[in-house]
Design a protein around this ligand. Sequence first.
Ligand code: G
Ligand code: G
Ligand code: MN
Ligand code: NA
Length: 257
Amino acid sequence: IDVVDRLRTAIGTEAIVVHYQPIVSLSSGQFTAVEALVRWVPPGQAPIGPDDFIPAAEDSGLIVPLGEQVLRQACRDAAAWYHEYGTKLTVNVSPRQLAEPDFASRVRRALGDAGLPASALILEITEGVLVAAGAQAEQCIAHLGDLRRAGVQVAVDDFGTGYSSLAYLRDLPIDILKIDRSFMPDAATGDAVQQVALVRTIVDLAHTLRLTAVAEGVETDEQTAVLRTLGCDKGQGFHYGRPASADRTAAVLAGAL
Ligand code: G
Ligand code: G
Ligand code: MN
Ligand code: NA
């Protein structure tokens, strides 16, 4: 049967699993946050990654209940980590979710039910969010404004890959820029000088606008050293940790792994 029908059956069940990837402070090396990344594990089958079902979930509208399940589960998992280690939680939000009239109140309810303070939550949106929202763009901006007043932070994900990046920085209420992993300098491909110049420019832009800069897709020591030199605030990538289950993440945060 159709992927949408199978996904509809999976939502609300344990087949929807949330994994977490660490985000580290480049100055202290401490884990400051974890990003929630959804997986779909049909019983008896191999896990399916988000790239293979998020587009269908967005087209069908199933992203709304799916996103709600991920948000609620992630807030519950992260509440214990936040209280023990001060680790924050960052969650991806699709345009369809943000355009829902009750999005902000759903987020506040998820926080309240989990006992996670608003200041421990970051919501990740993509540069395309306002285009995708169309007539609901004002609604989206209002939700983000509401949530920010409550203490939630907003990050722009995959920065630099979408359209009208600079207009988004002006129009969206945001706190964090996540530099897309395609900008990481890679010694092997010989594009390092140009890539470093681009990353430096984005980091400086972020800081001029009083935003936190987070580099995505950090895979090596050399990249970490370059990012530190450029004054980038945070890093995320396989170098610091792959996405892992809640149990494994708890062990990593406890220093057991
Ligand atoms: O985990 P992975 O590396 O495969 O993630 C691939 C993409 O899926 C990323 O761009 C990420 O933003 C997106 N993604 C992961 N989890 C979620 C989620 O819960 N909601 C939404 N909307 N996107 C997600
Ligand atoms: O939301 P976003 O698109 O940024 O989601 C993060 C995605 O990037 C996840 O699918 C995750 O598995 C992937 N990812 C995280 N770290 C790395 C990395 O160091 N290298 C590569 N190639 N992918 C990464
Ligand atoms: Mn993300
Ligand atoms: Na990203």
